[in-house]
Design a protein around this ligand. Structure first.
Ligand code: ZN
Ligand code: ZN
Length: 117
């Protein structure tokens, strides 16, 4: 599959320890032992931002890449078939609607009030 390297966005951070962690968390796969670029045998060290080579899908994705390939900004890369994890944190680690501590406490108080009387 072909992707375009759009890495190098300086404001790139999410709630995971790194974009590499982000990929591991949401791909459901362990980190590959080598860079997914077809001819590359380096360790993947960086969670790089890429776009699919597609006219319709302009979303940003994260894939693990070695230092060299993550630095090839603006280039097209041929990679093996690995999961592309959305870089959009709204759909992953930045998701809202998780447990809300205030409402949980509120429920407990109501319960106790009933016992006291
Ligand atoms: Zn994340
Ligand atoms: Zn590489």
């Amino acid at each position: 599959m072909k992707v375009n390297n759009i890495n190098g966005t300086k404001d790139s951070s999410c709630r995971c320890a790194s974009w590499l962690e982000h990929w591991v968390n949401y791909s459901g796969r362990p980190l590959p032992s080598i860079c997914p670029e077809l001819d590359c045998i380096q360790n993947p060290e960086i969670g790089a931002h890429v776009q699919k080579d597609s006219a319709t899908d302009k979303n940003w994705y994260i894939i693990p890449l070695c230092k060299k390939h993550s630095g090839d900004i603006g280039k097209s890369l041929s990679i093996i078939d690995i999961p592309l994890v959305p870089a959009k944190v709204d759909n992953t680690c930045g998701k809202t609607g998780a447990t809300h501590p205030t409402s949980a406490t509120h429920g407990m108080i109501d319960h106790k009030k009933g016992q006291a009387s």
